[in-house]
Every structure is written in C-alpha cells, then in structure tokens.
Design a protein. Structure first.
Lengths: 291, 274, 97
C-alpha cells in the first residue's frame, strides 16, 4: 500500500491530528451514513474516577460509530487521546470489545462488517489498573475473532501514538495505518529510561524516539501497511482502500518463524541504528503461515 | 509481601512436569514440556530468568523478543500437531518480572513479539485447546497480557507472593504522582487498583483461587491438589465456549464489572436500532 | 472534587441537545439538553476545588444573555473562565443549528 499523495500540499491539508476523536471517527465514513452509539448523553462514565478526584468524561474517552465505509458496513472506534492520555478503563475497554463482538455477530449473519480502531493511547488507565488490563485482553480476543471475517484496521495518527497493552492489540490487527507523527511501540521512552537508565534510552531525545517508534520507521520495517500524511481526505481514502481490500493473506502476528528468524540474526552486543532494521526487514514477508 | 525472587516458575514447572528445561534451539528463558495431566498429555510453558540471555534487558525474568516468539512457536507447534486429533491442554505457568524494557526491544518491535504469543494462545483457544493460566507469582503489565490472559480459565495461588497488576507499585506511584502510601490507601478502596490477590479475586476474572501450603517448596499434596485443580479447569473449559465470555458471567463480574455489562447491553440495543 | 449546582430563570424552549469539548487538562465538556419548566439548571463537576465563586460569576454572566430552558452538565478539569465561556457559547451554537 503506497502512501498516496493526491497533490495535497501543506497549505491545503486538512489536519486529522487536530480533530478530536469524535471528529476523526466521523471523517472516515461515507457522508451521512454514520451515527454514534453509547455517546455522551448515555452517560456511561467510569465508575472509578470521581472517587479518586479525576473528572470523568461521559463517553469515557471512547467514541463508537456505526455506518458505511466505501459502501460497506463498518464500525469505527476512536480513543480520545486528550482524555487521560487515551488510556483504557473499564468502560472504554468494554465499548471497544463489545463493538468488535457486535461486528463479528453481523459478519456471521452475512453482513460483511469491518472495524477501524483509532488508537491514541498510552495503554492501561492506572486508576482502573486490573479492569483496564482485563478489558485489553478481551479486546485482543475479540480482534482475533473479527479479523477472520473482515478487516480490523488500526489507525494511529498522533500526537499520543499507540503504546502499552494496546500496541500489542495493534500487532494483532489486519492492517496498521500510521502518519509520520504517530508512534507505535510497547514501552514509552520515559518508562524505558526509568526502568533501564538514560543510557539505554534518553527520553528527551525526540529524534531517537521517532527514529524507533515513528510511522515512517515502522512502515519501512514492514510493520505498518500505509504511511499517510496528516490529511483527513488522504487518511479516509487509505482506510477505504483497506476496507475494500478485505482480509490480508497472512497476519504479522502469525508469522512466527519469519520474525523469530529475524530476531535470531540480530547482533545483540550493541545498539543498532534503526535504519539498519529497515534494510534487514524490508524483504517481502513469507506466506508460510496463513491465518 | 514477600520479596520477589522469581523462583516459583521453575519450581512449579518442575513440580508439574518433572522437567525444567527449554526445548532444543529455544532460549533458556522459556521452559516447555509435554507432560501427563489427568488422563492426557498437556503442554506446559513458563518464562524464567536467564542471566545469560542474548538481550541484556531480558536477563532477569522479563518477557522480551525471544520469549514472545518462542512462546508463540511452541503454542503453534501444539496446534499443528493436534490439527486432526484431540486438542491437548496448554498450561501457562506465570511468574515473570515484566516485559523487557530496552532500546533493542523497541527497535525490533517487542510489541509484535508479544502480539505473536497472544495470537498463538488465543488461536489455540479458538481451535479448541483448553488454555489454562496458572499464576504462581508475579503477573504484571505486559506479562499477563502476553502469557496467560488469552486462557479459557485463570487460576492463581492465594498467597502474598502472587501479584497481578498493570504496573509495579513504585512506577505506578510515580506516574500517578502519588506517594506509595497514598497508592496503597487508594488500592484498599478501589478493588481494580489493589495489589492484593484477594481483592483481585473479587473482579471475577479468576476461575479459582488455590490454597497452597508452601508455594516455594510444594509438598506432594500441594502438587496433587494443583494438578487436580488444573484438570478441573480443563474439564470446565471444554464444557464452555471458546471465547472469554465466562469472565463477564462470573459472580465477581456481576458485582464488580456492572459498568462493563451495562455498556455491552446498551451498545447491543443501540446497534440494532435503525 | 467539587460539585456546584446553579439555577436560573428561563423561558425559551430549546429543541436540540448539544455536546461540546473534552475533559482534557485545562479543558471541559459541556452537555446541554432541553428541559421542561421555566428554569435552567447547571451541574458542575470539577477536579479543581475552591473556585465556586468564579464558576457562579461565569454562569451568571452567561445567563444574562441566554434564556433557554436547559439542563447543562459540565465536567471540568481546570479550564479558565475564558475557556468555559467559549465552550458554553459553542454548545449554544450547536443546539441552535
């Protein structure tokens, strides 16, 4: 999937990153086909935050919308990065898993339904710890079921990026779409610096962070399927293309022999320039493991 | 709370299989064995410390790049071997420090290594293998997600040395900008934040909390009891569905995850409108 | 955590509800819904304690030019009075589209 430059120059771009979760989700649908489910007026907020002095948000930082993309049924689930860092709590986690399960049920009924998950998240919401973690495990289980029927597309655009437990969920998805501004990684730079020291990872080194976790790097390593500009029409188009493409022939997370082999040949005696892995991993992935 | 020495994984792997080694070609940090459990063979898997691991940030009981892909490979091997046979149970014995925190790990996409293990465990469950997680010690952050949480049934020891959580205490206190005492106070009144396994058990995620006399030096009786419980969990798993719906049907879920249940039913009702 | 409840007289019927904003640091969300009767009720929930006077001042000022019979709910995480005014104005705009 190439990055599609439709002649959009910087001035004409409509920034996707500047949109909030609700606006981002709405932008991906065919015009006039979407409606929000369990929105703010349903007041399904976190039962755990207020007692800790944290103001809840009525949608718990997760927007679920149903409609059509490229004429096909689709559900879009968007995490609000500005609310608690997009972290997963009991309610936001339940919304994601339930939406994926309902999409699976529709597929079983013969209504081909894809899912697009917009991930701006640091992972588990610590104020809900074990329920956030449990919810993420349930989301992962739901992705594994749905992806057999229809594409599950992960989109991370920034500025928060996709970290923590949800980066593992991204690894299970059918497709991953990233902007250059986005990042995808399990552990954030501050956590690594904290756990393993500043020599291991200087969390103030922005160039290093994007060199390792950034969209361009992940795409070049073959870990993302599309690299898009921060431009809403371009992003919506990329998503449309993937919905129409259908399920991929193999899933990255199922290609164990390939990646195991790649890890085995790495020289662990030194740190690497991330550019080295672009070269090493740029070869076409094998088709040895289907599904 | 007892000091965590990460010996329990090896202790219980040996207790349940009579072995304590990795398979040929695998890193020493992943123990794998096929061993009788009840009336059948089961595959047992455990991640343990390997001070000589290739990756410097994965030498003290962390789940890193090698561990994630090795778990995935050994689980998929079972799926392949049992393709046209009875689906063998897969038992994940869990006592690991955390995921590996390192630059090499992020560069080489540890998120995908963990996803590979999750994919394998979850796919095995969906294929009909009873997948059981036995938490004998620590299961924090990336550890339970990668190695255990895709199980049909989760069992844990009722013991202070068993800690299941999203983040180690010190780091959690730092990130939420609270003192350790404040965090502990909060954890007492908010069950999902608790570091106490008995509070965790209230959440309805566990199939059973097991009493074991001596988790670090189990007696023959301890071992037999745990084996019986594992067999019980396997039987129960085979009776139920291959998805994780049992977690939301438990007594604990009905009491502690009301919001999850309400959200699910509200979403379903609104999905069908129009 | 503080809860502040305020009431104002109102007479105009409103037909459309509106939701604006995000509970980000220094921001707030506003839920505005039509209400029956002749009054408007405002429920504020804020994680920044000790500013009830300031809240009252902002809402008093808002209702000098707004007469809709509404229920307004505010979830706040430390917004400035200027931001609150802006969000209220945005909510009104959406409800009158």
């Amino acid at each position: 999937m190439s990055d599609q430059r439709l002649g959009t120059n910087f001035i004409n771009r409509q920034s996707f990153i500047e949109l909030d979760a609700r606006e981002r989700a709405a932008a991906l649908f065919d015009a006039g086909t979407s409606r929000e489910l369990v929105g703010p007026f349903d007041r399904m907020e976190s039962p755990w935050l207020e007692q800790q002095g944290v103001t809840p948000q009525e949608d718990d930082g997760c927007v679920v919308m149903k409609g059509k993309i490229a004429g096909q049924a689709a559900v879009v689930i968007a995490l609000e990065g500005a609310f608690q860092g997009g972290s997963l709590g009991e309610v936001s986690g339940a919304k994601i898993a339930a939406a994926l399960d309902l999409a699976s049920a529709d597929n079983v009924k013969g209504i081909s339904t894809s899912a697009v998950i917009l991930l701006e998240t640091g992972g588990v919401r610590l104020q809900e710890a074990n329920l956030g973690e449990a919810a993420i495990a349930e989301i992962m289980a739901s992705i594994l079921v749905l992806r057999r029927h229809a594409p599950v597309i992960c989109l991370t655009a920034g500025t928060v990026g996709c970290f923590g437990g949800m980066s593992l969920a991204a690894g299970l998805c059918s497709y991953v779409v990233m902007t250059r501004e986005a990042r995808l990684g399990m552990n954030g730079p501050e956590v690594i610096e904290q756990e393993s020291g500043v020599d291991e990872f200087d969390s103030k080194d922005h160039a290093l962070i994007w060199a390792i976790d950034g969209g361009e790097q992940r795409y070049a390593m073959g870990l993302a399927d599309a690299l898009v500009d921060d431009d809403t029409p371009q992003i919506a188009n990329a998503v449309r293309g993937l919905v129409l493409k259908g399920a991929p022939p193999v899933y990255r997370s199922s290609q164990v022999a390939l990646y195991r082999g790649r890890i085995a040949t790495l020289d662990t005696s030194r740190q690497w320039d991330p550019g080295e892995l672009r070269v090493l991993w740029a070869t076409k992935s094998s088709t040895e493991e289907k599904q | 709370m007892t000091e965590h020495t990460l010996v329990r994984g090896t202790v219980w792997f040996r207790a349940l299989t009579g072995q304590a080694s990795s398979m040929s070609g695998d890193p020493k940090s992943v123990l794998t064995a096929d061993s009788p459990l009840g009336k059948e063979q089961a595959r047992f898997l455990c991640v343990v410390p390997d001070p000589n691991a290739r990756f410097p940030c994965a030498r003290h009981g962390e789940i890193g790049l090698e561990e994630g892909y090795t778990l995935a490979a050994r689980v998929r091997e079972v799926m392949q071997q049992d393709k046209n046979k009875t689906k063998r149970p897969i038992v994940a014995i869990v006592d690991a420090k955390s995921q590996a925190y390192g630059r090499r790990e992020e560069t080489a996409a540890i998120f995908l290594a963990c996803a590979a293990a999750i994919d394998a465990y979850g796919s095995a469950r969906l294929a009909g293998h009873p997948v059981i997680a036995l938490i004998v010690g620590q299961a924090i952050s990336g550890v339970p997600l990668t190695h255990g949480y895709q199980a049909n049934r989760i069992l844990a020891f009722d013991d202070d040395g068993v800690v299941i959580h999203a983040m180690h205490k010190a780091a959690a206190a730092r990130i939420t900008r609270r003192s350790l005492e404040e965090l502990e106070q909060l954890a007492k009144k908010i069950a999902p934040m608790s570091y106490d396994i008995r509070d965790y058990a209230k959440l309805g995620l566990l199939y059973k909390l097991l009493h074991v006399e001596n988790p670090e030096k189990p007696s023959e009786q301890d071992i037999r009891n745990v084996q019986d419980e594992l067999v019980g969990a396997i039987t129960d798993a085979r009776r139920g569905s291959v998805d994780l719906s049992n977690r939301l049907e438990s007594k604990g879920a009905l009491e502690m995850r009301k919001a999850s249940l309400l959200v699910r039913s509200r979403l379903e009702a609104q999905w069908l409108e129009n | 955590m503080e809860h502040i409840e305020l009431d104002y007289p109102a007479k105009r019927r409103i037909s459309k509800k509106a939701h604006i904003g995000v509970v980000g640091s220094g921001d707030l969300e506003v839920l505005l819904e039509p209400a029956n009767g002749n009054s408007a009720h405002v429920s504020i929930r804020t994680s920044v304690d000790g500013f009830s006077e300031a809240w009252k001042a902002v809402l008093d000022r808002f209702f000098t030019t707004y007469d809709g019979a509404v229920r307004i709910q505010i979830n706040d995480a430390g917004a400035t009075p200027g931001s609150v005014q802006l969000r209220l104005a945005q909510a009104v705009e959406v409800s009158e589209q």
